[in-house]
Design a protein. Structure first.
Lengths: 169, 995
């Protein structure tokens, strides 16, 4: 993907900050520039017949945002009823914001360029599709998630195309 | 260049040019209207004059050529034809185009109009040549034709003078003002047929004309002095909104400066610094306005939450502030919405021109009629409507309206009429486009649809006419026999529908072969805020745009009106089967297949269906927000909104929902079959109320029964003239059935409630009501009414058998007339009565017309039978008044002809004679309802009223044929009854036949 190549070169020049989140056992990172904010559980409107990954719509200070359940996209089992979660509000190149539901939020780390590696074949295939690379830390491997590709995966009519290619009406 | 002066010039020119297009078309219709021609000439003349001063060369050239042509036409009183008008329109277009360029960039665009100019010149020569031929013939050998052309060229300064004088001057070769001055008074007065005063006058005009020519350039600076007034006006003027003009202009300025500096270097600095502003208003970028609109939308939502919180707090102070915020927000929203509103005229104004051009190209005669031009719509919607509307109009002109020859063959006026109308209907605008053309043949559409594979043969066989017509909105279906310049490529109507639906509207079509086609577009007033019905289903709320909601029904599950066909529920609503969608199943919310809850009846124009849901909360104004990319493929969602409590609510798109209910074509077909069967049944049946009185059973058709009331006996009060009942603030006459029959009232306890039938003429405003008191109401049944035995009593139509019991069928018309002999007179005197008056003598026309006018009829006049026939092609009167003795076709022949016309069968024809004591028998003809004398105005008015009264019921009858076949023509007021007894009997006969 051209887009990821650009961001990769960018990252070599500037150190990038990542927001770390946990989904199931997997730690993932989002580029801080693409994260608007992290919010707690919001009252949500279920949308009948929406794609599987869509948890519903939330009202974020008057803006309507589509919430996506990361666990669903990745193929993990549903979260236990009543277990708290966080929503990372991310921005895509297509201009639309999405709420990504994660189990937990770690913190912001500065990307260590030395530790950044290309996505290994051993990574779970679902993660591999959305990974821009992995970061090996002492006890864990963190996946750098390409938000646009992630969202693209959840739109059935697009069949996994980046949201960057889609102009929001 | 002087900016203020240029601005002033643009404002003035734009104002004038805005009208010129219409003026030119009016001129085309009335080539003799000199005043109009003068006004057009002055506009172009002013433009040209100012151009010279402002150094606008391209503009000057075009305007000059146009002015020359106009001045020639004016001088020669030449009758303009279509070609000349077309050319002049083109000239006006070119001027407008140049002015637009000038306004946007501040400099004159370099547009080459030399071809147009050449054609204008050629046309001018042609006009001159044509006239030269004429005048040459008139003035014989005095002037040869070539010279005459030249002579006429500059004698325009004398256009107020008599043609003979101008001719004479030409003869003397006194062409220009200078020539005339040079010739002097002495020579002028000797020229025949000029008198001394003529000579003086001509000399005076010549002097002032010569002066004007010299001073021409000095006139303009006075305009510059007036300019400051224009600036003051800016403050008060209403804001005119134009989309992103500012942006475009900036872009153009950015891209052009280099070119500018090369071509017109001295002007460049000024142009960049300041753009001339032509209108007394400011322009706001539509994006800014949209942003404002969004923010106000947010404010409305925040206000909603605030108001709820304030209410919960219970603090009086807070409540007061809350109320203020509430009101201010509402006003703000309202006014902001209004800034975006524009009259539909803004997109309609181009229609006459489009129609004219198409008409000319296709050799068709088409007139445009517009109604409701000032209806306002949101700008975004207007813009979105422009293209579809143009397309529809082109279609109507191209395929709808027939060639004049075809129209003539079909007894239509050669000129087709295209009617555009717009009306506001509770938050929506209904736009109707009607043409009186050939109509669309549903069968042909079906054929084509089958050929294109859109429909299967079976579907085509079962589809209704209306549904078939809607197929023209299907991609790839165009019924045009050949492709023309304007339409017929088979893309279009589907695009029209898509475009209209995109802005939340709907469109449907109706057409009758030979009579014309009507397209109806329903559009929300504004896109951003809509009124929606909030419903609840499985604990979730959804919104349905109010625009699509036709009605709400509460339906118990055990209702008899449910039908299940192939698993698809239908609800029987007024004799039709309404397909119903179980919302919870359609949205996969639940497997529950019970039929409990409420139905929202949704009308999509071409189809109506019900949405079965758990609750209906009510209507709410909501701000529409778009949904994200995850919902693009779900066409039943139209967007979402945020309710007062902060909850996000999905908004349905009823078009999408409608497609969900198309579960299978089998169901559709079955529905159709079922519907047809049921309708057929309904036609033969009639709702009737059965009641008993003294052991006899009576049936009264429900046609006039408005309500059945169950009242205390003392509700009926006695007055000097009879019994009355106070009903809904009115006093209405009470008749007791027992009294009508001449039987004693059934004895009842004083406090036992009695049945009162409220009979009404169906018009809620007219207030014609009466009460019929009956003893014992048995049932209301839908029963076939088959009159077995006619009755001699005018109170009854006859006897029928209902549920194996002989039942007397009550003649409702007789009953109401017993209560009020003028029951139908009210309708006869109605202003909507149409009357055709045929009379060849001017004297009698003048005598009778005022009488008809005083009776508030809609009147058409024909001078003989021949003309009357023409009028009757397009006018269907209720009453024809005709003279007997007339040239061409006389009154009896006319009446006989009218009686043979199926669409005129209900016309009442009355003969008017000059004899004092007119009577029917003297004519020996039975085509007239009556013969009246036209000599006595007073008697005539009374007699017409009487005749109408006698036939009023007949009228009603035909209007309500569908529902009241068994009702005979009502009897006439008793004073005439004996005379017309035979008519009554034949009416009853016809009633029996129907039954």
């Amino acid at each position: 993907m051209a887009e990821s190549a650009i961001s990769a070169t960018k990252e070599k020049k500037h150190s990038t900050e990542l927001l770390t989140c946990r989904v199931g056992e997997q730690w993932i990172g989002f580029r801080v520039q693409q994260v608007r904010e992290v919010v707690k559980q919001q009252p949500r409107t279920h949308m009948p017949k929406a794609p599987d990954a869509v948890a519903g719509l939330i009202n974020l200070r008057g803006r309507v945002i589509t919430e996506l359940e990361v666990r669903k996209v990745i193929g993990l089992s549903a979260r236990d009823e009543g277990k708290p979660f966080h929503v990372a509000i991310v921005e895509t190149l297509g201009g639309e914001d999405f709420g990504l539901i994660v189990d937990d939020v770690g913190g912001v780390i500065v990307l260590d360029e030395q530790a950044f590696e290309s996505t290994p074949q051993s990574l779970d295939s679902a993660w591999r599709q959305v990974s821009d690379g992995v970061l090996k830390q002492e006890d864990r491997v963190m996946v750098l998630v390409n938000v646009d590709r992630f969202v693209g995966l959840t739109v059935p009519s697009l069949g996994g195309v980046d949201t960057a290619d889609v102009t929001v009406h | 260049m002087d900016e203020e002066l240029l601005g002033e010039f643009l404002t003035e020119s734009n104002e004038n040019l805005a009208a010129i297009e219409q003026q030119l078309m009016d001129l085309e219709a009335n080539p003799d209207d000199e005043e109009l021609l003068g006004s057009i000439f002055r506009t172009i003349h002013t433009v040209k004059g100012s151009c010279g001063f402002l150094n606008l060369h391209y503009l000057e050239k075009v305007a000059h050529a146009g002015e020359n042509l106009l001045s020639r036409i004016r001088a020669l009183k030449y009758q303009v034809n279509e070609d000349i008008v077309s050319l002049l329109l083109e000239c006006a277009d070119a001027i407008t185009q140049l002015l637009e360029g000038l306004e946007e960039t501040g400099k004159e665009p370099e547009l080459d109009h030399s071809d147009l100019i050449a054609r204008l010149k050629a046309c001018e020569q042609q006009v001159a040549g044509a006239d030269a031929g004429e005048s040459a013939a008139k003035t014989s050998d005095k002037v040869d034709s070539d010279d005459a052309g030249a002579a006429q060229a500059s004698i325009t300064w004398l256009d107020d003078m008599d043609a003979s004088i101008i001719e004479a001057l030409q003869g003397e070769r006194l062409i220009t003002a200078a020539d005339v001055i040079a010739a002097g008074f002495a020579r002028l007065k000797d020229i025949q047929p000029l008198t001394s005063s003529d000579a003086l006058k001509i000399l005076g005009i010549a002097r002032s004309a010569a002066q004007t020519e010299e001073q021409g350039e000095q006139v303009i600076p006075t305009q510059a002095e007036e300019a400051p007034h224009g600036e003051e006006a800016v403050v008060e003027a209403p804001v005119e909104v134009k989309p992103s003009v500012a942006k475009e202009t900036t872009a153009q300025q950015k891209s052009k400066p280099q070119k500018d500096s090369q071509t017109k270097a001295p002007q460049k600095a000024q142009t960049k610094a300041k753009k001339p502003q032509s209108n007394a208003s400011i322009r706001v970028d539509i994006e800014l306005l949209d942003e404002l609109m969004n923010q106000v939308g947010e404010l409305v939502l925040t206000r909603n939450s605030l108001v709820q919180m304030v209410r919960a707090s219970g603090s009086m102070d807070l409540m007061r502030v809350g109320r203020d915020v509430d009101q201010i927000t509402e006003q703000l929203q309202d006014q902001l919405l209004r800034t975006r509103m524009q009259p539909i005229q803004t997109i309609w104004s181009s229609v006459p021109r489009i129609v004219r051009d198409i008409g000319k190209q296709l050799d068709k005669k088409i007139k445009v009629v517009m109604q409701g031009e000032d209806t306002e719509l949101d700008r975004t919607i207007l813009n979105a409507l422009k293209d579809p509307l143009t397309h529809i109009i082109r279609n109507s002109c191209d395929h709808g309206i027939e060639m004049p020859s075809v129209r003539a063959e079909n007894q239509k006026q050669e000129q087709g009429i295209l009617t555009l109308s717009a009306v506001q209907e509770s938050g929506f605008i209904l736009i109707t486009i009607h043409d009186d053309g050939g109509g669309i043949d549903a069968e042909r559409i079906k054929e084509k649809a089958v050929k294109m594979g859109v429909l299967s043969e079976e579907q085509a066989a079962t589809i209704s006419k209306k549904a078939a017509l809607q197929l023209i909105f299907h991609a790839g279906l165009s019924t045009a026999e050949k492709v023309t310049n304007f339409s017929g490529r088979g893309v279009g109507m589907d695009v029209v529908r898509t475009e209209i639906e995109r802005v939340g509207g709907s469109v449907d079509i109706d057409s009758t072969v030979g009579e014309g086609t009507t397209l109806r577009i329903r559009i929300p007033l504004t896109l951003a805020i809509i009124s929606a019905m909030v419903i609840g289903c499985e604990g979730q709320r959804f919104a349905i745009p109010q625009m699509s909601v036709q009605e709400l029904l509460s339906t118990p599950e055990d209702s008899d009106d449910w039908r299940l066909i192939a698993g698809q529920p239908f609800y029987r609503l007024r004799g039709k089967l309404l397909p119903v969608m179980r919302l919870k199943q359609a949205l996969d919310l639940s497997e529950d297949d019970t039929l409990h809850g409420s139905i929202v009846v949704v009308d999509m124009g071409d189809r109506t269906f019900g949405i079965l849901t758990d609750q209906i909360y009510g209507a709410e104004e909501i701000v529409v927000k778009p949904l994200g990319i995850h919902f693009q493929h779900l066409n039943f969602y139209g967007g979402c909104s945020i309710l007062g409590d902060g909850t996000v609510i999905p908004i349905f798109d009823c078009n999408g929902l409608a497609s969900m209910i198309q579960i299978s074509s089998d169901v559709d077909a079955m529905q159709q079959l079922q519907e047809d069967a049921e309708v057929g049944e309904v036609d033969k049946q009639q709702h009737s109320l059965l009641f008993n009185q003294a052991g006899m059973r009576y049936a009264i058709p429900m046609t006039l029964v408005e309500r059945l009331e169950y009242l205390k006996p003392d509700a009926i009060e006695k007055t000097a003239t009879g019994e009355i009942l106070q009903y809904r603030g009115e006093v209405i006459t009470v008749l007791r059935w027992s009294d009508l029959l001449g039987e004693p009232q059934a004895s009842k306890e004083a406090d036992e409630e009695i049945y009162c039938l409220i009979l009404s003429d169906g018009d809620p405003n007219s207030g014609k009501r009466m009460c019929l008191q009956v003893d014992d109401v048995e049932d209301i049944l839908e029963v076939p009414m088959d009159i077995k035995k006619a009755s001699d009593n005018p109170l009854f139509l006859g006897t029928t058998v209902i549920q194996e019991i002989a039942t007397e069928v009550v003649n409702v018309f007789e009953v109401v007339q017993r209560a009020d002999p003028d029951w139908f007179a009210h309708q006869a005197g109605n202003a909507s009565m149409k009357v055709l008056f045929v009379e060849d003598a001017q004297f009698f026309r003048q005598l009778v017309i005022p009488v008809l006018e005083s009776m508030k009829f809609e009147i058409r006049i024909a001078e003989d039978g021949e003309q009357a026939k023409k009028v009757l092609e397009t006018f269907t009167p209720d009453l024809i008044l005709t003279d007997i003795e007339m040239p061409n076709i006389n009154g009896i022949e006319l009446a006989t002809w009218v009686k043979a016309q199926p669409h005129l069968y209900h016309c009442i024809i009355v003969a008017l004679t000059g004899k004092q004591d007119a009577n029917l028998d003297s004519l020996g003809s039975d085509v007239f309802a009556d013969v009246l004398s036209k000599m006595d105005s007073q008697a005539l008015s009374e007699n017409i009223t009487r005749v109408l009264n006698e036939h009023a019921g007949h009228h009603r009858d035909s209007a309500e044929q569908q529902t009241s076949q068994v009702l005979a023509k009502p009897p006439h007021p008793s004073s005439y009854q004996s005379v017309h007894h035979s008519t009554r009997q034949s009416a009853q006969e016809s009633a029996r036949k129907v039954a």
